[in-house]
Design a protein around this ligand. Structure first.
Ligand SMILES: Nc1ncnc2c1ncn2[C@@H]1O[C@H](COP(=O)(O)OP(=O)(O)OP(=O)(O)O)[C@@H](O)[C@H]1O
Length: 284
C-alpha cells in the first residue's frame, strides 16, 4: 500500500492555508485489524490505518469491503477479532489508558430522528443521556442548530422537515457534544444530487470552522475528493486498504475547487484506484 498525492493543484486553486494535514499526529491507530463474523465472513483482514488529528479521511471502496465495519470498530460498537485500536494523545503519544475512547460523534445514512420530538429535542438527546437538562444545554443546542443553518427550525418536527434538513439535524446532534472525532457512514447517499452538493458544501464549511477529525464513508469519488484531505481506498474479500491518496487542495474549498483541473485529475486518480480495488482478487 502506497501513500501518493495527485499532482499539485494549479495556482488558481492554491491560496489561503494548506488543506493537507496528512503529516498530522495520529489521533487513532488501527493495527493488524481483522474481523470475522460467525457466518464465516471475513470482513477485514490485517488492516492498518492511522487517522491524523484534523484530517478528513474518506473510506472509498466497493460494497462489502468493510468500510462500515471499520467505523463500527473505531466507535467501539463492535470489537475486532484480532488487532488493536489505540487512541493517541497530543503529539501522537499513547495515553496511559491506551484505548480510552474520546468523545465520538456518529452520523448514519438515515437521520434516525425521534419523530415525536422537535429538532431541538432531537439535538438535546446525547446531552440528555449525560444528564444535562434542556435548560442548561440550550445554548449548546442552539449553537449546533445554528451551525447547520436550522436555528429557525428548533421547534419543527421531523415530518415538517425535508430530507436534507433532517440530515442537518442529525449532524447537529452528532456535533452537540463537541466530539474529538466525527464518524459519518454514507450520510448523504439517500439524498438527491442537488441536496447532496449543498450538504457537501455545508459540511466543508463546518469542518473548516470546527477543525475536527472526520472519517467519512462514501461510494462517491466526487464527494470524497471534494471533502477529503485523504482518500483511503479499500478492496473486498477480505476487506483491506489498497491505496491512500492525499488531496492537497487548500481551504476554503468551493466551486473554484470543484471546477479546477486539480479536482478533475484527482477524481480520475481516485476513480482508477477504485476500479483497481473492484478488480482486486483475494490476496490471502
Ligand atoms: N453482522 C454481520 N454478520 C455477518 N456478516 C456481516 C455482518 N456485518 C457485515 N457483514 C459482512 O461483512 C462485510 C463487510 O460489511 P460492511 O458493511 O462493513 O461493508 P461496507 O463496505 O460498508 O459495505 P456497503 O458499502 O455495502 O455498506 C460484508 O460482506 C458484509 O456482508
Amino acid at each position: 500500500m502506497v501513500t501518493t498525492a495527485a499532482s499539485p493543484p494549479p495556482a488558481a486553486v492554491t491560496g489561503a492555508t494548506s488543506g493537507s494535514v496528512s503529516d498530522a499526529a495520529p489521533i487513532v491507530r488501527l493495527s493488524g485489524i481483522s474481523k470475522s463474523f460467525s457466518n464465516g465472513t471475513t470482513a477485514l483482514a490485517g488492516l492498518d490505518l492511522a487517522i491524523g488529528e484534523g484530517e478528513f479521511v474518506s473510506l472509498l471502496g466497493p460494497s462489502g469491503c468493510g468500510k462500515s465495519t471499520v467505523l463500527r470498530i473505531v466507535a467501539g460498537l463492535t470489537n475486532p477479532t484480532s488487532g488493536r485500536v489505540d487512541w493517541l494523545g497530543a503529539g501522537g503519544s499513547v495515553p496511559a489508558a491506551g484505548t480510552d475512547r474520546p468523545e465520538i460523534g456518529f452520523v448514519f445514512q438515515e437521520p434516525t430522528l425521534m419523530p415525536w420530538a422537535t429538532a431541538f429535542q432531537n439535538v438535546h438527546l446525547p446531552l440528555k443521556l449525560k444528564g444535562i437538562s434542556a435548560k442548561t444545554a440550550r445554548d449548546e443546542i442552539m449553537h449546533a442548530l445554528d451551525g447547520v443553518g436550522l436555528a429557525g427550525f428548533a421547534n419543527a418536527y421531523p415530518r415538517e422537515l425535508s430530507g436534507g434538513m433532517k440530515m442537518r439535524v442529525s449532524i447537529a446532534r452528532a456535533l452537540v457534544t463537541r466530539p474529538r472525532i466525527l464518524l459519518m457512514d454514507e450520510p448523504f447517499a439517500a439524498l438527491d444530487e442537488i441536496t447532496r452538493f449543498k450538504l457537501n458544501d455545508d459540511i466543508m464549511r463546518l469542518y473548516e470552522a470546527g477543525g475536527w477529525t472526520v472519517i467519512f464513508v462514501t461510494h462517491s469519488v466526487y464527494e470524497s475528493v471534494f471533502l477529503s484531505s485523504r482518500i483511503v481506498v479499500m478492496a473486498a474479500r477480505p476487506g483491506r486498504v489498497v491505496d491512500d491518496i492525499a488531496v492537497e487542495a487548500p481551504h476554503p474549498r468551493g466551486e473554484d475547487f470543484r471546477t479546477s483541473a486539480y479536482y478533475a485529475a484527482t477524481c480520475r486518480r481516485a476513480s482508477e484506484a477504485l476500479h483497481r480495488a473492484m478488480d482486486a482478487r483475494d490476496h490471502l
